[in-house]
Ligand binder design. Structure first.
Ligand code: ATP
Length: 238
């Protein structure tokens, strides 16, 4: 299998506080890899460190065979790493459709971009209904859908998805994960998914890493993780 992302010894600090202690992880081409862990374990910081956003880093990050740990956030995005941050990062004063078009603004293939816009509306019919509505007036679930769709409009090879379930009702979370299942089978995109909701993350993911206080303490296939006693007790509530 080809690795789309290979991370070795990733350290991240906010000022003088070191939060990631040297993380190794891989994302295989076309797969969904989950990053699990409790509050404060360093999941969000890992995604920020991969795109060198708001945090100081050391260690090596190789994306499609190329080192990106010395690149800027903008360069990393342009190389094909899409980041859907927690807090979502949509432009609340713009409409749904303006946000989606902004997601694809750097692309030169106009006709394909238009087709992708329509495909996003197929994945997320709620967004189509709300295409002219200001993003700030969308529900939490719709804003999450918009953030994901906007990132997909850039045609990333790797999508970093930060806690898509955060603050949403269980039914909406189920909807979003069902759509993500479709996206992963139809789009050429690999996904690194941060989730506190281990149960739903392991349903979607192929492999998973468990973080505790800035270190990887376990990793394996989703099936292995679901069967691991410690994971079951601490994260699946069994
Ligand atoms: P959560 O689900 O609560 O966001 P997490 O696993 O994503 O948890 P992080 O947000 O990465 O955890 O936080 C890891 C540690 O880094 C925490 O101790 C947190 O307080 C600290 N931290 C996060 N952001 C900052 C920041 N901007 N400045 C200083 N410390 C921070």
């Amino acid at each position: 299998m080809t690795k789309v992302l290979q991370v070795r010894g990733l350290v991240a600090s906010y000022g003088s506080t070191r939060v990631l202690q040297g993380i190794d992880l891989d994302v295989e081409q076309g797969q969904v890899t989950a990053l699990l862990g409790a509050n404060g374990a360093g999941k969000t910081t890992t995604l920020r460190a991969l795109c060198r956003f708001q945090v100081r880093t050391q260690g090596s990050v190789t994306f499609r065979g190329e080192r990106i740990d010395n690149r800027s956030t903008e360069q990393i995005a342009a190389l094909g790493v899409g980041h859907v941050p927690d807090g979502r990062g949509t432009f609340l004063g713009l409409t749904t459709e303006e946000n989606l078009r902004l997601g694809g603004h750097a692309r030169r293939d106009r006709a394909a971009t238009e087709r992708d816009l329509e495909r996003m509306y197929e994945y997320f019919p709620r967004l189509k209904e709300r295409r002219s509505q200001q993003a700030g007036t969308l529900s939490g679930g719709e804003q999450q859908m918009l953030a994901i769709a906007r990132a997909l409009m850039a045609k990333p090879a790797l999508l970093l998805l930060d806690e898509p379930s955060f603050g949403l009702a269980p039914l909406i979370v189920k909807d979003i994960f069902a759509i993500m299942r479709r996206v992963r089978s139809e789009e050429k995109v690999s996904i690194l998914l941060v989730e506190q909701n281990a149960r739903i993350a392991l349903e979607l993911a192929d492999t998973a890493y468990l973080l505790e206080t800035g270190q990887v303490v376990k990793h394996g296939t989703s099936a292995d993780m679901k069967n691991d006693d410690a994971v079951r007790r601490a994260y699946l509530g069994e």
